[in-house]
Ligand binder design. Structure first.
Ligand SMILES: Nc1ncnc2c1ncn2[C@@H]1O[C@H](COP(=O)(O)OP(=O)(O)OP(=O)(O)O)[C@@H](O)[C@H]1O
Length: 460
């Protein structure tokens, strides 16, 4: 049996956790403020403290130090309904055992209590300094969970893989991990792999010596060497050509790079944070990404949710972008409602651009719906086209394997894929053969013949 101390000004939370703790065979004391909690802890040292952040009087986070002074290394579980990155970083950096977001279910708290009371848990080494850099904005539960993960990642040195659609904030998350980590002043070197041409990628990443190739007039340090002591952010990591993947893996494993044309390696050691919008695991299965490099880059994964799945953040982000551009800017309730109703396929980047557009067209800086750019037409869904591609490839394989189709595979395949194309072209051109043929790049008589074969009517 252990003594648990719950400090929360919501009596229903204290009541629920007390029932749960007693049911688990522990003794539970509850308090509704830090002051009451300290008195209770002084009277009876707890084996676990469950501490709310927002409390009347002193807040839970700043009270952690007092509880530690009074009770030593007791595990402290922080619970909060209003997590932001700063809160998560402070909680984790002060050695909080766990950071639980409200509303939680009691099964979650039960598991935390069990883990906290397990013998000899090793809390992460506390970091005294507080984070000065937030930069990542969001108040939705999905982002609060991301903040917690960023805080944990910042505290460790493990390679992190950030996943998420374009514009969700993978790079800002990478910067937050770096700036909240142990070496915020060390270099943060961002490499956009997709933007590197394959011919220069190797020299850019690993450096080169003078005369290594035409145009290499001076020896140049590569990006991996520039990241020495700090963080290398590999954006669009899925685009690294396979040949470079092998060299990158060697560099990561051995802590040194061999610049193009050099015979002596250069030592470099850094933390990696990689980002991608693609399914890297599927690429590994398809043989397009090295499995060993995948594991080397991905000890810890953080998924950044698309903006449409966290609409609660839209007003906050919009206000932030508006104020950054123009401190006296204001957003009308109607503009916020319009922003919240959109789907934002380009995510936070698209929202930021929309606000910049609005401030350009609203000279007074007051943003109304009419100042917002029109909704972007929907881009083709890449997942749908991937499904289509794989369906077509499956059908091709079936036909090739079908003994009855032998010798006619090509024509039979075309017979299946051609009709929808011809039909769509006719529909688009009011069933007129001539403009449909022009759009398709076919001769009119060829199209006519194909339509006749298919039994499709059309005007000449
Ligand atoms: N949570 C956030 N708080 C504040 N700004 C954000 C946030 N998320 C994204 N942004 C802003 O949105 C823009 C796009 O973010 P970022 O470049 O980090 O996205 P990304 O996921 O790396 O995009 P891509 O995959 O296209 O490289 C940047 O201007 C960034 O500052």
């Amino acid at each position: 049996m252990a003594n648990l101390l719950v400090i929360d000004d919501e009596s229903s939370i204290c009541w629920g956790i007390t029932r749960l703790g007693e049911g688990m065979g522990h003794r539970v004391t509850s308090a509704s403020s830090v002051e009451q909690g300290l008195d209770a802890a002084a009277a009876e040292p707890p084996a676990l403290i469950i501490l709310d952040v927002r409390l009347p009087g002193q807040d839970g986070l700043s009270a952690m130090r007092s509880f530690r002074e009074l009770c030593g290394d007791v595990p402290i579980v922080i619970i909060t309904a209003f997590g932001d990155l700063q809160t998560a970083v402070r909680a984790v950096s002060q050695g909080a055992f766990e950071y639980v977001l409200k509303p939680f279910d009691l099964a979650q708290i039960r598991s935390v209590i069990e883990r906290a009371l397990r013998p000899a848990p090793q809390p992460a080494s506390p970091k005294e300094e507080e984070s000065a850099v937030a930069g990542v904005i969001g108040r939705s539960p999905r982002m609060q969970a991301v903040f917690h993960k960023i805080a944990l990642a910042a505290h460790a040195d493990a390679p992190v893989l950030l996943r998420g659609e374009t514009g969700v904030g993978k790079e800002v998350a990478a910067q937050a991990i770096h700036h909240n980590g142990p070496r915020p002043d060390a270099p943060f070197v961002a490499v956009s792999v997709a933007a590197l041409s394959p011919t220069v990628a190797e020299a850019e990443l690993f450096g080169h010596v003078e005369g290594a190739f035409t145009g290499a007039q001076r020896t140049r340090r590569g990006l991996l060497a520039q990241a020495d002591g700090g963080t290398l952010f590999l954006d669009e990591v899925a685009e690294i050509p396979l040949a470079i993947q092998a060299k990158l893996l060697r560099a990561l494993d051995q802590g040194e790079v061999l610049p193009v044309g050099a015979d002596q390696p250069v030592k470099t050691s850094f933390r990696t944070i990689a980002a991608t919008h693609r399914d890297l695991r599927a690429m590994v299965h398809a043989g397009d990404f090295r499995q060993d490099l995948f594991y080397r880059l991905c000890a810890y994964e953080i998924e950044l949710p698309p903006l449409r799945d966290r609409r609660e953040d839209i007003a906050l982000l919009a206000a932030h972008f508006a104020r950054t551009r123009r401190p006296d800017a204001s957003l009308s309730a109607e503009a916020i409602a319009e922003l919240e109703s959109r789907d934002w396929p380009g995510n936070v980047r698209e929202l930021r651009n929309a606000i910049e557009h609005a401030l350009l067209v609203s000279p007074a800086g007051d943003i109304f719906p009419e100042h917002l750019p029109p909704i972007e037409p929907k881009a083709a869904d890449p997942a749908a086209s991937r499904n289509l591609e794989s369906a077509l490839a499956d059908r091709a394989r079936e036909l090739i394997a079908d003994p009855e189709a032998a010798g006619q595979v090509y024509n039979r395949y075309l017979e299946q894929v051609e009709p929808p194309l011809l039909q769509a072209a006719l529909d688009q051109h009011a069933r007129q053969c001539a403009p449909a043929a022009r759009a398709l790049g076919l001769h009119r008589t060829t199209l006519r013949r194909k339509l006749d074969q298919l039994g499709v009517d059309a005007d000449p």
